[in-house]
Design a protein around this ligand. Sequence first.
Ligand SMILES: [Zn+2]
Length: 408
Amino acid sequence: MQLRYSFRMYPSAGQRMALARAFGCARVVFNDALRARETARSAGLPFIPSGELSKQLTASKKTPERAWLAEVSSVVLQQSLRDLDTAYKNFFDGLKGKRPKMGPPRFKSRKDTRPSVRFTANAGWKITTGGKLRLPKVGDVTVRWSRSLPSTPSTVTVVKDSAGRYFASFVVETEPETLPATDIVAGVDLGLTHFAILSDGTKIDSPRFLRRAEKKLRKAQQDLSRKAKGSKNRAKARVNVARAHARTADARREFHHRLSTKLIRENQAVAVEDLAVKGLARTRLAKSVHDAGWSAFTTMLEYKAAKYGRTLIRIGRFEPTSQVCSQCGVKDGPKPLNVRTWTCGACGAHLDRDINAAINVARAAGLAVSACGARVRPGLVPAQREETGTHPKPQPVTTDRQAGISVL
Ligand SMILES: [Zn+2]
């Protein structure tokens, strides 16, 4: 199976300039190719094949307007064309119903917050004997190798995040290591009042280090909103917000890693709801905040399950879990979100909304779990104050796609 490993990079001033140039050239090549295809489409001409785009790129390097493209590794530019092909493929597959629908490829902007470039084996990049990352036309960059790579990667992606940090990200082939089998299974309900609720009744909140990072982020955002537009202080405040975002994203990833590893280690099978289905039942505001975190988390569950020989089951359901009693299976209709506990009219069980949902998730996945946890127990953990009534403002969440799924 393939895993992504990410490492912080510390390029020198000159190397940062070279990387900025590479990001810029990759963007221009992507946009030129997208424009060529869009122009052809609006003129009613056939889709321009990748080989043709590649030829156009080579030709454009000989023109004075694009001669500067020669200053960066040609592999980086070719890979940028590949990215465009992938974007088109995803778009077309969405139209055909092979995957969730998504928009057509969009032009990249200089203001994009996560520029990246990819060097394949053809580019001749390597890790030097001194432990530096040698990138063509950039130089030998210092990397903090926080863990060892299980095998030699063929490709490296260099990413710059919104806080101005650089990362080298590798996709590596690894062997799965099967954990000893267990007969414990779990249904997981990803909730609004708690991060996750397990079918055994465990309620899991965000840890304090994450809540603290989120609080700092909100404060930085408030500071920014108070600064006059165009002022120097505003520029400073914006950098602070970007840093706080990066720290929050790191803290969230750390929490997701700990929890997903624990769940996969302790359970033979884990069932979660399909988030696309779950999303239908929620408000837009709450959705934007939570979905990014939830999908990053379920992605981790998925690859860790594969890595350790466990099973992850995603279930799709078309009715909210709160409508069905996990004890007797009677469906007694929707309940407003503020109803946290109720008594089943059919069997008389006193039910906790979240645990009831987690058990229903497990049952829908075909897992045999005991239903006793669904009953309300004394001394439940109260929800975090800021998580109860109001929803926090939507915050962009760094996805693992580029940041790299680090391995515990
Ligand atoms: Zn019942």
